[in-house]
Ligand binder design. Sequence first.
Ligand SMILES: *Cc1c(COP(=O)(O)O)cnc(C)c1O
Length: 347
Amino acid sequence: MKVRTTTDSRLSTIDFNNLGFGAGLSDHIFICEYKNGAWGEGSIEPYGALKQGLGLHALHYGQAVFEGQKAYRQADGSIAIFRPERNWERLNKSGARMLIPELPKEIFMEGLLELIRIDSEWVPRGENTALYLRPFLFSSSEFVAARPSEEYTFAIVTSPVGELYTKPVKVKIEQHFTRAAQGGVGFAKAAGNYGGAFLATRKAVEEGFNQVLWTDHADHAYLEEAGTMNVAFVIHGRLITPALSDRILEGITRESILILAKEWGIPVEERRISVDEIVAAAKDGSLEEAFGMGTAAVVSPIDGLGYHEAIIPVPAPENGVAMRVKSALADIRYGRAADRHQWMTQI
Ligand SMILES: *Cc1c(COP(=O)(O)O)cnc(C)c1O
């Protein structure tokens, strides 16, 4: 792998005591190009090295998919990443839906590991911090005709991050806008899914919520996801989450939380969950918890549901299932607990 390092590091411009989410991008990127039907050799370059013109296919037609994962500073000072093979698998699953050629595992893994090694000083050391990793695939031919691109680029950028949400959130049960439809691309981490969600989220924020709780495209009667997170509920001690479908993104946090919950003997249900069921459970007190699950925030407790102009309160206990899985996952990720599932890859 070719490595060209920067002579002008921006590391000293980052305030590691006040990390937001995703603003300061690290010094280097990994780049690999697909041309003439084959992936080339990847290289590490300074952040600004990639130059693209305005004919860039991805900007016009959106053949673009991404991943989100994190590198964690371990208790002993080393660095490890969480279940990276699952991100590689999902990147290609998303890519296949968008007609993007499959990226070989070696390119993904070697690029990721080498990039983190080179920018290892960007992996923060504070409590609940991490280096956010953003691998992505995009169409990179330059022409303006609505047909698939011939060239593609795989790139990785990284950014030191703090915690996303620190307080419980209020979510609006969204019954007008739709994130994903049957037969569509909701299960893929496809760029346009996020651009398409911003308007609904903006309106919810203007109404005093933190996020939207997406419902199904057909009747807006079933709950699907919480913003860009999977969603779960605890009712009568049972952990309930919407079953996967082609409208729901298969979260690696969701998958890991379900594994832990089952090991702890918590009954887990993956099924359809109606708005009516959750509203009724919130009102009669049987809804013990509701929370989002995703890499960025890990677990994001929900303490209010916006429904028909009202806010229905939901308990967000300090010692409930959400907080228990959050600290169990943190202990594994930061190397404070035994990695019994072989989830961590050391850098
Ligand atoms: C990324 C994402 C998730 C969470 O996936 P993780 O692998 O847990 O980070 C859930 N829903 C949507 C829509 C997402 O984009």
